[in-house]
Design a protein around this ligand. Structure first.
Ligand code: PMP
Length: 381
């Protein structure tokens, strides 16, 4: 029994996923991998509620950040305008990436712990012709959840041609996402969070509108590895069961992602969302019982895959994170400048809330004990 990874990713993995990761190497363009890769791409569509033949899923080596590069390099031309609904650290990171490729980035900055509201977002959208709006579905630094459905439907109505780009790194397979019904253009994520696989893969779903934006661009793409000119034909062909090579796939990682998405889809995506709501409710109730506050104050602004916890009595993350590890659970420190030491982050995604829910219980018990030993008198009976 290992120290549980109860951080907001890389999360705990199921035994079948660990076994897939330990598979012998296989050719990336022949043999059994061809079928697995095709199925894995199709499963991405299912997880995101995207119909076959609409748009294109991509799976690239790398992290969630690679998805930012794909968007910034291919979908936005230099000096085109992008609006970022900024809720924290990862919204800032996406904006930096866009700027690095020459986009002209505007921000609507929401207060710490507060989700974007539709009215302010629409007001900001009026300022310019925006090529894209960036929505960080869940900002992993603060645990804030954006109201994606409401934002997406309102933005589409107000500005039909603006691409709706969702950073779903901390939300895919955790929070409800309906790619087609909500008319989204990009959802990007990584393998190590809700998808429940080891770190190493960038998973991106594009709409036909996003693909058209790429195909109709006039400026050259200043990128090579993340160029959609390279990857779209490769992903289309592989999804069709016809191997095609651009750069060698991380075959074991894809076998592992296939295994983890199979678990999710066998359970059913709606049941998966429900398991995260139940796990989140449990974590948040335990934190409240300890008399502790989260960064998002309002329940509707709180993500379901992690809980941010302000520490009491001058305790800091660097004080208590090693003590928690001593009790068998890794939790993560804060990321927001100025308050990073004052809060910790508890992840509760994937198997830790579905198949192995004792893992969340173990983390909550360790938290209660550690705070008790550190002089925090629990308000629990
Ligand atoms: N966006 C969000 C919301 C994230 O939480 C993260 C990573 N935690 C990233 C992007 C970047 O992903 P990666 O570290 O896999 O590159």
């Amino acid at each position: 029994s290992h120290t549980l990874s109860m951080i907001p990713g890389p999360i705990e993995i199921h035994d079948s996923v660990a076994q897939a990761m330990a598979s012998p190497s296989v050719p990336h363009v022949a043999g059994p991998f061809v079928k697995v890769f095709s199925e894995t791409l199709k499963m991405v569509r299912q997880v995101l509620d995207n119909a076959p033949g609409k748009g294109q899923p991509l799976i690239l080596s790398g992290g969630g950040t690679v998805g930012w590069d794909v968007v910034a390099a291919n979908l936005i031309q230099p000096s085109e305008k992008v609006l970022v609904l900024n809720i924290g650290y990862f919204s800032d990171g996406f904006a930096d990436c866009l700027a690095a490729y020459g986009a002209s980035v505007d921000h609507v900055r929401f207060e710490l712990g507060v989700a974007p509201d539709v009215d302010r977002s629409l007001e900001a959208l009026k300022a310019s012709e925006y090529r894209a709006v960036i929505i960080t579905h869940v900002d992993t630094s603060t645990g804030v959840l954006s109201p994606l459905k409401d934002l997406a439907l309102a933005i589409r109505k107000a500005s039909p041609n603006t691409l709706i780009v969702v950073d779903g790194v901390c939300s895919v397979a955790v929070e409800e996402i309906r790619f087609d019904a909500w008319d989204l253009d990009v959802v990007l994520t990584a393998s190590q969070k809700g998808l429940g696989a080891p770190a190493g893969l960038s998973v991106i779903q594009l709409s036909d509108r996003a693909i058209a934006a790429f195909e109709n661009r006039t400026a050259p793409v200043h990128a090579y590895y993340v160029s959609l000119a390279k990857w779209l034909p490769v992903m289309r062909s592989n999804e069709d069961g016809k191997p095609m090579y651009f750069s060698t796939q991380a075959v074991q990682n894809i076998l592992a992602l296939h295994a983890s998405m199979k678990l999710i889809l066998d359970q059913g995506i709606d049941k998966t969302f429900a398991a995260h709501i139940a796990g989140s409710n449990k974590a948040k109730a335990a934190v409240a019982k300890l008399g502790l506050k989260q960064i998002p104050a309002k329940a509707e602004d709180q993500a379901h895959g992690l809980t941010t916890i302000y520490l009491p009595n001058g305790l800091t993350g660097p004080d208590i994170i090693p003590k928690l590890a001593g009790k068998g659970v890794f939790l993560a420190g804060g990321l927001i400048k100025g308050i990073a030491a004052n809060y910790i982050r508890l992840g509760h995604m994937g198997v830790s809330v579905s198949r192995y829910s004792y893992q969340l219980d173990t983390a909550l018990k360790a938290l209660e004990e550690t705070l008790g030993e550190s002089g925090q008198s629990s308000t629990s009976a």
